[in-house]
Design a protein around this ligand. Structure first.
Ligand code: HEM
Length: 611
């Protein structure tokens, strides 16, 4: 072992280390400039220096790697950026739809999950579908695809999702609302989606979403394995994590423990299913796991890897999408109002499945939300052979080529100058059907919007994910308003994206109560640094004036405001000493106009204080 270490470190100390010091100190000054260029307004690309490439700029932006690379790729000609790091680590990052089509479809066989990707993730994902190529991948995709036919999807939405909603999610939200408790909605959604995927894929109910919301060792271990495995990709010299792994120290030791906890859980599911299959001659309902076990591939480790990949696919993707969706809704009451209208205009005599499929506006709003906050923000492949991309970029064998989904959702050339706006209507056109006007969904091609990837490896669970998310949205918004207490949450990503920190702290208001006034007034409670709460109201309030004047509330408007304040007090436990008090607290105007309609104060807030 000692010999191995000496062999390994000698060239490093005598050659690489002095060189790195040289570059580090001589380029410090320039480096500051590079950092400044990588802000969201950057128009210049980070510089690449001999030997270390753009490594320093990359390092400085580790915590906002997605946003930094997005700035760089958007600023690049043809939206394709060749990113030099240390020798042998050159990669191409693209946000160009033609290039995405090239790597994901027309030259599919040249762009695979390469050796670097597979090795880095193999401790966590083994040979599961996310880490597989060739025959192994084909086999898993083919067996799993049965789980996504219409019959299974119908069963999923009508039995699995609805049971979890009615017996777990809604009662838990009701309870937290009635006790005015602040909840971590992201955590609750992750529990919800975890129960869902286990039930549909493995016929097993882990009961993770329970009123106690108790911590689960498995979930903690899964999260840790995901984070540490992803961080391996960020290590400048992969040899470092490999040595730590060999010595079983630091993060690699924690990874080993976490992975064995995850594997133990997955193995238990596999063993129980095997037993069930042995005991019953035929199963009444066939889940995906039974299909794999009956397909001749009953090797326990292999099936365990499959289970882990499916948990990853189903647990963290839809929960991330929904978290950002509810946050965006709280900022866009107009969209929320449209969705509620759609939920309440149910057609007669249709099944739950058809009803969910018909939620066109909600579908558009979810697509729009994932455009801005994609659950898988970047995805990389490795070139099997030299190639030239459609825009002339040279790709050498072994280089990684990454398509940047997050950047693609923010490009003016694709979405127009209002790309930053959350506007579901960009996905819709108005059509006349049986004499009445309706929305019709207009999708984007999957190379321009690769949120679910594209080509032969396009996400298998896309339709399932939409059905699940739409049903959750309908159910939650039918009962509640979600009031986030984070003003400006941070988008972070491991293998999938998340909202950072204490996640999505929010309170719930009973929509039915507050919406007595025809849902014309939208109230938004946001956390203030001072520890109080801010209250804003948006469009609807002033438009309600019968004389059409916009600037001042009439008597009815005033009454509505008082009613809602009272309700907020009862339902959310907040008090407010009226807008006059807000004036006293520093709001320069009692009423003003904003793009949103009327607000209290100088586009600021009336202050509310928790009791
Ligand atoms: C909003 C939700 C979802 C998004 C945005 C999403 C996105 C993606 C993306 C980008 C990939 C490609 C990953 C890669 O190859 O590295 C993928 C693959 C996959 N997804 Fe999803 N996914 C979602 C939900 C689901 C759900 C609920 C399932 C159900 C189990 C699922 C099953 C799969 C499977 C099996 C693959 C592998 C396909 C293959 O390699 O052939 N996904 N998904």
């Amino acid at each position: 072992m000692a010999e191995f270490l000496v062999q390994l470190f000698t060239p490093f100390f005598f050659f690489l280390l002095p060189l790195l010091f040289f570059f580090f100190f001589t380029l410090q000054k320039k480096h500051k400039k590079v950092e400044a260029l990588s802000s969201t307004t950057a128009t210049t690309l980070p510089k690449a220096y001999p030997l270390i490439g753009s490594y320093l700029a990359f390092k400085a932006n580790t915590n906002r790697r997605i946003q930094w690379l997005s700035d760089a790729v958007i600023a690049s000609p043809n939206a394709t950026f060749t990113f030099y790091r240390l020798p042998g680590q050159t990669s191409v990052v693209t946000a160009n739809p033609a290039t995405v089509q090239h790597i994901l479809k027309t030259h599919f066989s040249n762009y695979q999950k390469g050796a670097n990707f597979v090795t880095t993730l193999s401790d966590f994902l083994g040979a599961g579908i996310f880490n597989a190529n060739g025959q192994n991948w084909k086999f898993q995709r083919q067996v799993a695809s049965h789980e996504f036919n219409t019959r299974s999807l119908r069963k999923f939405v009508e039995q699995v999702v609805d049971a979890e909603l009615n017996h777990r999610l809604i009662p838990i939200l009701n309870e937290s609302q009635s006790q005015s408790k602040t909840i971590d909605f992201q955590d609750i959604l992750q529990r919800f989606t975890f129960d869902n995927i286990c039930k549909i894929a493995f016929g097993f109910d882990p009961e993770y979403l329970t009123p106690s919301l108790k911590a689960s060792n498995f979930a903690k271990a899964f999260e840790e394995a995901n984070i540490i495995s992803t961080k391996r990709f960020r290590e400048p010299l992969p040899i470092v994590w490999k040595i730590k792994r060999k010595l079983n120290i630091g993060s690699e030791k924690r990874l080993r423990i976490a992975v064995s906890e995850v594997q133990e859980f997955a193995r238990k599911i596999v063993r129980e299913k095997k037993k069930e299959l042995e005991e019953k001659a035929s199963l009444d309902s066939v889940d995906m796991l039974s299909r794999f076990l009956s397909s001749g591939h009953s090797d326990e480790d292999f099936v365990m890897d499959i289970v882990i990949s499916f948990i990853l696919a189903g647990k963290d993707t839809t929960s991330a999408a929904l978290t950002w969706f509810f946050w965006l809704l709280s900022k866009n009451p107009r969209v929320e109002k449209e969705i509620i209208k759609e939920i309440r205009e149910k057609s007669e005599g249709v099944t739950v499945y058809e009803e969910v499929k018909d939620m066109v506006y909600t579908h558009a709003a979810l697509s729009e939300s994932m455009r801005l906050y994609p659950p898988v923000p970047m995805d990389g492949k490795e070139a099997m052979n030299n190639d030239v991309l459609p825009d002339g970029t040279i790709v050498k064998k072994g280089m990684s080529v990454t398509y940047h989904v997050y950047a693609m959702g923010r490009m003016e050339s694709i979405w127009g100058s209002d790309w930053a706006q959350f506007r579901p209507e960009r996905w819709l056109e108005s059509v006349v059907e049986s004499g009445s006007r309706k929305w019709s969904f207009v999708g984007k091609d999957s190379f321009t919007y690769p949120v679910f990837q594209a080509g032969p490896r396009i996400c298998l669970g896309k339709e399932m994910a939409f059905l699940q998310m739409k049903r959750v949205v309908a159910s939650v918004l039918n009962h509640f308003r979600v009031l986030p207490l984070v003003a400006d949450p941070e988008f972070i990503s491991y293998l999938t994206s998340q909202m950072k920190g204490c996640f999505f702290q929010c309170r719930l208001c009973h929509l039915v109560e507050v919406s007595k006034w025809d849902y014309a007034i939208f109230w938004q409670v946001v956390g203030l640094k001072s520890g109080g709460y801010a209250l804003k109201w948006g469009d609807g309030y002033c438009q309600d004036r019968k004389d059409g004047r916009r600037n001042e509330p009439d008597a009815e408007g005033e009454a509505k405001k008082r009613y809602v304040l009272q309700k907020l007090h009862e339902v959310c436990g907040l008090t407010c000493d009226s807008y006059e008090a807000a004036q006293a607290l520093g709001a320069s105007q009692a009423y003003g106009n904003s793009s949103n309609g009327c607000v209290v104060g100088d586009n600021s807030e009336a202050k509310l204080f928790p009791q």
